[in-house]
Design a protein around this ligand. Structure first.
Ligand code: PMP
Length: 423
């Protein structure tokens, strides 16, 4: 391998101190020391085009975010039990991006905590326990949300309260049937749950189905399932940790593409461009009783530094027109990828919305993890970073910072062409 002795020693020591639960990306792990815009630099000064990081969504180390955080950190950092204008202003600003029905904003530090809080509120509001998720969903790491994260694998207990439904499938289900199929699967899961004496409290989905393999289309297909869970007395939670904050180009939030209004919206990852900021937007009536009885305090959630980071991110998205860029550069990138895979029988599909794209590697209709693994590692050796996802680990996931421009998209397509040609 191309690993230096220094990096090999670091890998060994890392595993000694961090233990066995941690994983590194790539056959040749990457030792990064610096980031700027869409570029990452390793310890030898080599540049990599980051086409995977949706946390540094407005670009690595964006000066405006760095400045806002630094300034606030040097002024005051405390919690939400003191009056501070910034948390109120930031909540206002976020709620301004939401449908009117979502009138409160509660802050956490991670997407996991946001989903955990949303579940607690859904269960306390409905007085019910059941939750339905898609079969390869990922919603986080706490005890409660790992139960609803089947992508963690069979080792993680799911518990009797959680039921899975198949994720959409772009290859086997015609687009026009996607919505009816999802709703029918949800109805069956609710019936099965009820047969065991469990009532549905919530249906929660990542509105672009990231860990299931990325299924954005046709926009609107989520609506029948959401209508159904409400008719059955449950609430709908949109997990916007991945599609939120303008990534899809079509809308600021993923659920808006589906023409629906969630009962709760959870968010995180790109919210602070790397500074831990996350939260839940929700219908006020859902939290009325919970708020009176349970009270809520999160030591770091909503602190002035976190809110400064979050506010700066919203400013940058607006000032730099990043939703538009996600739309136009995303369309350009998708077109470029479609052009280079045309005629290949080992690529089943190129799909996506905005700057969130997937290329599905197949072999005789079945998942082709070997090709996906080859492309991911070839790109990495060639200075371009992506990863693979989905049930067969065969779906290339392309998710660059939203500041990716046309020239970099061209460079990406060239590198993909080289990787595919080398297979
Ligand atoms: N929901 C989704 C859809 C996610 O992708 C993630 C993180 N990968 C989470 C929740 C959990 O967020 P965090 O890692 O910040 O806890």
């Amino acid at each position: 391998s191309g690993l230096e002795a220094g990096d090999a020693a670091l890998i060994e020591h890392r595993s000694k101190v961090l233990g066995p639960a941690y994983r590194l990306f790539y056959e040749e792990p990457l030792h990064l020391v610096r980031g700027e815009g869409v570029w990452l630099y390793d310890n030898k000064g080599r540049a990599y085009l980051d086409a995977y990081n949706n946390v540094a969504s407005v670009g690595h180390c964006h000066p405006k975010v760095v400045e806002a955080v630094t300034r606030q950190l040097g002024t005051l950092n405390t919690h939400t039990r003191y009056l501070h204008e910034r948390v109120v202003a930031y909540a206002d600003r976020l709620l301004g991006t939401m449908p009117d029905a979502l009138g409160h904003m509660m802050f956490t530090c991670t997407g996991s905590e946001a989903n955990d809080l949303a579940l607690r509120i859904a269960r306390s509001f409905t007085g019910r326990q059941g939750v339905i998720v898609t079969s390869l969903a990922y919603h986080g790491v706490t005890e409660a949300v790992s139960e609803i994260s089947p992508s963690l694998g069979g080792f993680v207990p799911r518990g009797p309260r959680v039921r899975l439904i198949p994720a959409p499938n772009a290859l086997t289900v015609p687009p026009a049937e996607q919505g009816a199929k999802l709703a029918a699967d949800l109805a069956a899961a609710i019936a099965a749950m009820r047969a065991d004496g469990i009532e549905p409290a919530a249906f929660i989905v990542d509105t672009i189905f990231s860990s299931d393999g990325l299924y954005p289309d046709p926009a609107g297909f989520l609506k029948p399932a959401v209508d159904l869970v409400r008719a059955e007395g449950g609430v709908f939670i949109a997990d916007e940790v991945q599609p939120g904050f303008a990534r899809t180009g079509d809308a600021f939030w993923g659920f808006q593409r589906h023409g629906l209004v969630p009962d709760m919206v959870t968010m995180g990852k790109p919210m602070g461009n790397g500074f831990p900021v996350a939260g839940v937007a929700l219908r006020p009536d859902l939290v009325e009783e919970f708020g009176a009885k349970a009270r809520y305090f999160n030591t770091f959630g909503g602190n002035p530094v976190a809110c400064a980071a979050g506010m700066a991110v919203l400013d940058v998205i607006e000032e730099e027109g990043l939703q538009d860029n996600a739309s136009t550069t995303g369309a350009f990138l998708k077109q470029g990828l479609k052009a280079i895979v045309a005629g290949r029988d080992d690529i089943g599909d190129v799909r996506g919305a905005g700057l969130f794209l997937a290329v599905e590697c197949v072999e005789g209709g079945a998942p082709n993890a070997r090709l996906a693994g080859h492309v991911v590692n070839h790109l990495r050796r060639n200075g371009v970073l992506i990863s693979a996802t989905g049930p067969g680990a065969n779906i290339l996931k392309i998710r660059p910072p939203l500041v990716l421009r046309r020239a970099e998209a061209e460079r990406f397509v060239e590198a993909m062409q080289e990787a595919l040609a080398a297979h």
